[in-house]
Design a protein around this ligand. Structure first.
Ligand code: AMP
Ligand code: ZN
Length: 466
């Protein structure tokens, strides 16, 4: 297995700390809003990484945090708390918002056929561990108290910029321009470990600590949760490229200062989903695309997964409906072709081993999914029996996760289904007329769960199977 390592800027052979075992950490979502399909691109690629390691024979333990406290609207410790912003927007408590969007996140996760992490831990469950780590950092002289907060002193490290190779001058310029810059910091790149005082007083979630009633900074959670569940040596740490600086840079700083030795060997970063003329898709920019929006427009979540797998995770991916349309119909064709494979006959073991190995070589080459698809199409065209092809598709799908044999092939609309859907459309129309929008939405969702998407058009309501 070979993967690109952001820390060394090269593709390297994967050598785990423990023979045959890979301990992986994934930065989880900040649950103040729905995940957009850009966030989900990152999780899909990470899912392929986990599945590939398992294909290659590794036992994998994957840990994910849920950021439900501490992430401010600027990554540089300034601005409002993102969770609080979400709570205010929806007139709910922070914990209600966290629960609602954590559930929504894992609904999307499952709809995209991602394998659940082995451990999921919300930051708010680990406050004692955060306090302990900060105490150790203060004792060791890597942290200081100022203006009633606790800060990490980045000047104590020789290689703070180990991941990002950022030039300190450039950073200073960026921070100087920031109107919210924090005068308590001794160095521009220092970051908050514990707040008891910020420019925004109305924090909802606070805890007692040796430094006063307050709340943690954003980065400490991933160091603590990672060490708690994977021990002092981590194999692979994942996230989107925007996490490289400052989040992962700060995680390394505080974890290695705390542990007194190197922490994580491989850093895996997924490039962004971008929109034409707009750049990176982001949650803070008002309207954004979610799995539900795609579903409402009639796209199956797995067609989006297929779309993501067509490009390499280390390249930005531009989203457009034109390309998604092409991908969606290519995906349907592929499923139809796979689902039509027969089951008769004995599996040709030699061919099975040969193609399994070729597929493994492709995905183990820094997740070269497009080469992996070439192997899949070679198999479908090969002069071998259907039973062997089916067995290979099943094996490949343990990595691709596209339900190539399970998803229903596109069929003609059957009349019973049509009658049922038309009845529901009428019911929804009546509910709308009576201004019972909750009922109208419930009907739409009921149909969505059954794989039927409605679209309101000028010519009336249209429906299709997804
Ligand atoms: P957040 O919920 O903002 O903490 O982000 C969750 C994950 O999505 C992180 O790993 C981010 O790096 C990643 N991410 C954010 N925006 C994008 C994007 N446009 N494309 C791909 N990944 C993204
Ligand atoms: Zn993290």
């Amino acid at each position: 297995m070979r993967i690109y390592n952001t820390k060394t800027k090269t593709i390297q052979d994967f050598k785990p700390n423990k023979e045959g075992f890979a301990g992986i950490y994934t930065c989880g979502p900040t649950v103040y809003h729905f995940a957009h399909i850009g966030n989900l691109r990152t999780y899909i690629c990470e899912d392929v990484l986990v599945r590939t390691l398992r294909y290659a024979g590794y036992e994998v333990k994957r840990v994910m945090n849920i950021t439900d406290v501490g992430h401010l609207s600027s990554d540089a410790d300034t601005g409002e708390d993102k969770m609080l912003k979400g709570a205010k927007r929806e007139h709910k408590t922070v914990l209600e918002i966290a629960k609602q969007y954590t559930d929504a996140f894992f609904d999307d996760f499952k709809a995209l056929n991602m394998v659940m992490p082995d451990v999921v831990e919300p930051a708010t469950h680990c406050i004692p561990e955060f306090i302990h780590m900060i105490e150790v950092l203060l004792e060791k002289g890597y942290a200081y108290r100022a203006g009633e907060n606790v800060y990490f002193d980045t000047s104590k490290l020789d290689n703070y910029y180990v991941l990002s190779k950022q030039n300190e001058d450039e950073l200073k310029v960026g921070v100087r321009d920031d109107v919210d810059a924090d005068e308590n910091k001794r160095n521009k790149s220092d970051f908050v470990l514990w707040f008891t005082k910020s420019k925004f007083e109305d924090q909802e979630l606070k805890w007692e600590s040796p430094w006063g009633y307050g709340y943690p900074g954003w980065h400490i959670e991933c160091s603590c949760i990672g060490i708690k569940h994977l021990g002092e040596y981590m194999d692979i740490h994942c996230g989107g490229v925007d996490n490289i600086f400052p989040h992962h840079t700060n995680e390394i700083a505080q974890s290695e200062a705390y542990l007194g030795h190197p922490w994580c060997n491989y850093w895996f970063h997924v490039h962004h989903l971008v929109e034409k003329d707009k750049g990176k898709m982001s949650k803070s920019s008002g309207e954004f695309l979610t799995v539900s929006v795609l579903r409402e427009k009639g796209y199956s979540p797995l067609a989006y997964r297929y779309f993501c797998l067509q490009s390499h995770y280390r390249k930005p991916l531009e989203f457009s409906y034109e390309v998604l349309d092409q991908m969606s119909s290519a995906y349907k064709k592929l499923v139809n072709r796979c689902a039509a494979l027969g089951t008769d006959g004995d599996i040709d073991r030699e061919a099975f081993e040969k193609y399994s190995e070729e597929f493994g070589e492709a995905v183990c080459d820094d997740l070269n999914t497009s080469s992996a698809f070439t192997v899949l199409f070679d198999v479908l065209k090969a002069d071998i029996n259907d039973a062997t092809k089916r067995a290979l598709v099943e094996r490949f799908d343990t990595v691709l996760g596209l339900e190539l044999l399970k998803a229903p092939a596109e069929k003609e609309t059957d009349s019973e289904l049509e009658a049922y859907v038309l009845g529901k459309i009428e019911e929804r129309k009546a509910a709308k007329k009576e201004k019972d929008f909750a009922k109208a939405d419930a009907i739409r969702n009921e149909l969505l769960e059954k794989g039927i998407a409605l679209e309101d058009t000028r010519e009336g309501v249209k429906w299709k199977k997804i």
